[in-house]
Write a protein that binds this ligand. Structure first.
Ligand code: FDA
Length: 299
């Protein structure tokens, strides 16, 4: 299936961007902040919270990173003005992590200071492995100064259990996901079941250490596994939440809410939708049918 998905996504990449957008738009709220606000209002009306993401990554100049930071500040202002139940997620390279660590840190301080003013929260996403250590080290420094910042760990990385053991000591606020980037076997588990087992093992440790965890997955096996841990520990609902991506598995999402768990949806928006949407398409086991149907409709 992975091979087929890769082949289909490679085919999609050959198409004009305007056509690619037809498939990509399922995964993004739109290209403007107002599009994202509309989606968040709708989610909030269903009892679902959101985390907003300004699309953009692998930024190469300080000027671009400053523009991204300004947009992050605008998002926080708009969340406040509209009284949205939402926070902000940030890809560290979008604020300059790959350019200059000090520059990234200063950008984060500015964003976290604004979020603090509004009693809001910022999550640092986790990107591919060249940035794992720098992200965690920057996070630790920020966490020592701010109580409104969290980080993401990826269960497919062999190092993650050790990272979690360390970060659990400071009661880190986590999002735990499988991990989306293509990493070498030397550093990442490749077997689906091994990743799942590692996910549940790390999740249980985080919760035992009383860390707040955003359980980010659409995998029924992991959702059921998380339910079992929650039940076994008799955890109250303010100690964790489930998290899902916009445009993915809405039925399960509604089921989780119906069962009384907190749920947050990751809502990306912006003009730089290409790389993010390609990753989502690659993960969609029904992408072949989806594209065939759309092409048929277009015809
Ligand atoms: P899996 O990929 O096995 O999916 C389970 C099932 O969900 C599939 O069988 C399919 O039915 C459905 N599904 C999944 N993706 C789909 C799609 N795109 N379209 C249609 N159906 C789909 N990763 C990362 O490296 N760093 C990060 O910071 C984040 N942040 C993040 C935030 C949130 C809120 C979520 C939910 C996920 C992330 N991720 C991430 C992505 C994560 O690492 C992972 O790649 C995806 O969640 C897919 O993994 P699942 O656990 O859902 O399992």
């Amino acid at each position: 299936m992975n091979f087929l998905n890769n082949a289909i996504v490679s085919f999609v990449k050959l198409l004009p961007k305007s056509i690619v957008f037809i498939f990509a738009k399922k995964y993004i709220s739109g290209t403007t902040l107002q599009d994202a606000v509309n989606v968040v209002k709708d989610l909030n009306s269903k009892g679902i919270t959101a985390t907003l993401d300004v699309l953009g990554e692998a930024i190469t100049t300080k000027e671009e990173a400053i523009e991204e930071k300004k947009e992050c500040l605008r998002v926080l202002d708009v969340i406040e003005e509209n009284k949205l139940d939402a926070n902000l997620s940030i890809k560290p390279t979008s604020l300059g992590l790959s350019i200059d660590l000090k520059f990234f840190y200063e950008n984060m301080v500015e964003v976290l200071t604004r979020a603090k003013k509004y009693k809001n929260f910022v999550r640092i996403d986790m990107e591919d492995s060249p940035y794992t250590s720098a992200t965690i080290e920057s996070f630790k420094k920020l966490q020592s100064e701010f109580d409104n910042v969290g980080v993401v760990l990826q269960a497919y990385l062999r190092r993650t259990e050790k990272d979690a053991d360390e970060l659990n000591k400071t009661k880190t606020n986590y999002r735990l996901c499988k991990g989306i980037y293509i990493e070498p076997e030397k550093i990442a588990f490749k077997n689906k079941q091994v990743v799942r087992d590692n996910y549940l093992k790390i999740l249980e440790k985080m919760l035992i250490e009383e860390c707040y965890v955003g359980i980010a997955t659409h995998d029924d096996y992991l959702i059921q596994g998380a339910y079992q841990i929650i039940k076994k520990m008799n955890l109250s609902k303010d100690k964790y939440e489930f998290q899902m991506l916009y445009g993915v598995k809405e039925k399960i999402r509604d089921q989780i809410v119906k069962e009384g768990h907190k749920l947050k949806v990751y809502v990306p928006y912006g003009e730089k939708w290409y790389a993010y949407s390609m990753r989502r398409m690659q993960e969609n086991p029904e992408i072949a049918g989806h594209i065939a149907k759309s092409v048929f409709k277009l015809g």
